[in-house]
Write a protein that binds this ligand. Structure first.
Ligand SMILES: [Zn+2]
Length: 319
């Protein structure tokens, strides 16, 4: 290739490039700038006369007075997401309400643990902005733990809640914007324990509550739920200390774990025990292999959650 042609081509390329760069700058000048959208990419500084200096650190400096939409834009975006109350009207569905407010049903359910299967006219529903949820600080919570729980950074939670420090207090209500976790898996109770299913979910073979016992042939209270589990790994629902690991009448081989705030989980009819009494366990740690020991008609995992000794329906934690 001729040297002249090469130089010519390069010149054309440079001119084209300058043309596009000029257009880009021109476009930016014309733009009505929403300062909020720029904060991530540019350093923003107040200029005399109300303009804003936008600096791009690497190779170019744009200096221009931009027309700022309104001062309010910035203020409002920094404002704590507002919480409103919606009153259920005739004909409302949860899906319809979710659409109306641009939320997912999961978020609405998470923020309104009182909602049952059917909506009732006149029922009040808490609506947050966007996909934010409300979280009540529990005993033992730190901002770091809370941030981790919802897949957020500490600073983003501080920003959403106008917190100048990382100090939070019990029962303080926080807004978590767009939590990056599956809310279905997080307990609504602000008790400080996160309960996870101990086995891979395959359904329930017997629910919590009163039932006709197939072996004893009489009505008895079922203190837990029977989870479909055919000789599979059983994992600790939350961190805690093993208070029992051995044989117990009716339960067969059982592991009992004590958690914070008076909570206790029980795992019955186990085939093999993998932990010992007094041992500390992490959430999700293997504690046993499920089986069919004790008073059973077939293999399953009998799973109980108790608070201060009183059984609770485990399904309450997994809605
Ligand atoms: Zn059972």
């Amino acid at each position: 290739m001729n040297k002249k042609i090469l130089v010519g081509l390069l010149t054309v390329l440079i001119v084209l490039n300058m043309f596009f760069a000029y257009n880009t700058i021109k476009k930016m000048e014309e733009e009505v700038v929403n300062t909020e959208e720029f904060t991530e990419f540019y350093t923003e500084r107040e200029e005399e006369g109300g303009g804003v200096k936008l600096l791009e650190s690497n190779f170019k400096v744009y200096e221009k007075h931009y027309k700022i939409v309104t001062e309010k834009v910035k203020e409002e975006s920094k404002k704590r997401p507002e919480i409103t109350t919606y009153v259920v009207k005739s004909g409302d569905t949860l899906g319809g309400i979710a659409n109306k407010f641009g939320q997912t049903q999961t978020v609405i359910k998470y923020n309104n643990s009182h909602l049952g299967k059917y909506l009732k006219i006149g029922q009040k529903i808490t609506i947050t902005r966007g996909n934010s949820i409300t979280y009540k600080v529990a005993k033992g919570d730190t901002l770091g733990n809370i941030a981790h729980k919802f897949g957020k950074s500490v600073s983003s939670i501080q920003e959403s809640n106008h917190l100048k420090t990382t100090v939070v207090h019990i029962n303080q209500k926080l807004v978590i914007e767009s939590p990056k976790v599956d809310l279905n898996k997080i307990s609504k109770k602000t008790t400080g324990i996160d309960i996870y299913w101990p086995v891979k979910w395959a359904g329930i073979t017997s629910p919590y509550g009163r039932r006709f016992h197939p072996v004893l042939k009489r009505w008895i209270g079922h203190m837990g739920v029977d989870l479909r589990a055919h000789y599979i790994p059983v994992k600790a629902s939350d961190k805690g200390i093993v208070t029992y690991s051995g044989w117990m009448n009716g339960y067969g081989n059982i592991v009992i774990i004590k958690h914070s705030y008076g909570y206790e989980t029980r795992y019955g009819h186990l085939k093999t025990l993998k932990v010992k009494r007094g041992q500390r366990v992490r959430r999700g740690q293997l504690i046993a292999i499920s089986g069919a020991t004790g008073r059973v008609t077939g293999p399953h995992l009998h799973y109980e959650i108790r608070k201060n000794g009183t059984p609770i329906n485990p399904m309450k934690f997994y809605k």
